[in-house]
Write a protein that binds this ligand. Structure first.
Ligand SMILES: C[S@@+](CC[C@H](N)C(=O)[O-])C[C@H]1O[C@@H](n2cnc3c(N)ncnc32)[C@H](O)[C@@H]1O
Length: 223
């Protein structure tokens, strides 16, 4: 597998968290070194702003760091994390256990989400969509919309179009690692149009964060 050969729905190959499977075990350490992690995850939770007792899905939960942040802030939340990578879900499981955090982790095949229609009050996703081709992005958005309750909030945080050459250079480093097949549409600024085309309403840029690897945008919308 190369970073330029991402999975189609139902296939077993995909782009792992740091592109190469052997790097997955270093994901948490590298993110905490290379990104403003506490602020980045806190902003996701702030933007999602779940109601008391809400059912929340994290799409592409990785090592479950966002699930831990969400649950520590609001212990009443009913959390589910899905990811296509079995290995990263094992790391996530150990992290949740260590943190004493209860959340359901579900392996996902990249096609239909293993959740009922209109079962979630909110869905969030951080740094996942640049791992998906345009077709995969469309499929993921349709599935996320399907599992959201009417009026439920969706927050997608990822790299979008960069605002200046320095930020663009930062995101170019991400592209070198993760490949161009999935990251190009992010760089071209296509993500908000795809969210709107999937039928989400009230789409807006709720927040952003400048990182050493470029500018991350937090888009918020409702079903
Ligand atoms: C950069 S990591 C981000 C993980 C986590 N969201 C975080 O904030 O740390 C990208 C994650 O997307 C997952 N991923 C890749 N392709 C996916 C797909 N088609 N559906 C769901 N998750 C996917 C990877 O397994 C990985 O865990």
């Amino acid at each position: 597998m190369t970073p330029d050969s991402p999975a189609g729905p139902g296939q077993k190959n995909y782009i792992p968290a740091l592109s190469f499977p052997w790097l997955t075990r270093f994901y948490d350490a590298l993110i905490s070194l290379g990104m403003p992690e506490r602020r980045m995850r806190g902003r996701l939770a702030d933007t999602l702003a779940p109601a008391l007792g809400a059912a929340i899905l994290e799409f592409g939960c990785g090592t479950a760091s966002n699930l831990v942040v969400l649950k520590k802030r609001q212990p009443d939340l009913l959390l589910t994390g899905v990811d296509v990578d079995i290995e990263i879900l094992e790391i996530a499981r150990a992290k949740l256990q260590h943190a004493g955090v209860k959340a359901s982790l579900v392996h996902y095949d990249g096609g239909r989400l293993p959740l009922d229609d209109a079962s979630q009050d909110g869905v969030c996703t951080l740094l996942v969509f640049h791992h998906l081709t345009v077709e995969q992005k469309k499929l993921a958005l349709a599935e996320i919309r399907r599992v959201l309750k009417p009026g439920g909030r969706f927050v997608l945080a990822d790299w979008g179009r960069q605002r200046n050459p320095l930020l663009r250079a930062g995101f170019f480093l991400v592209q070198l690692l993760d490949g161009f097949a999935t990251t190009r549409s992010n760089a071209q600024g296509l993500v908000p149009g795809l969210i709107a085309d999937a039928g989400f309403k009230g789409l807006h840029e709720a927040a952003h964060m400048v990182t050493p690897l470029g500018r991350i945008t937090y888009w918020s919308a409702r079903k």
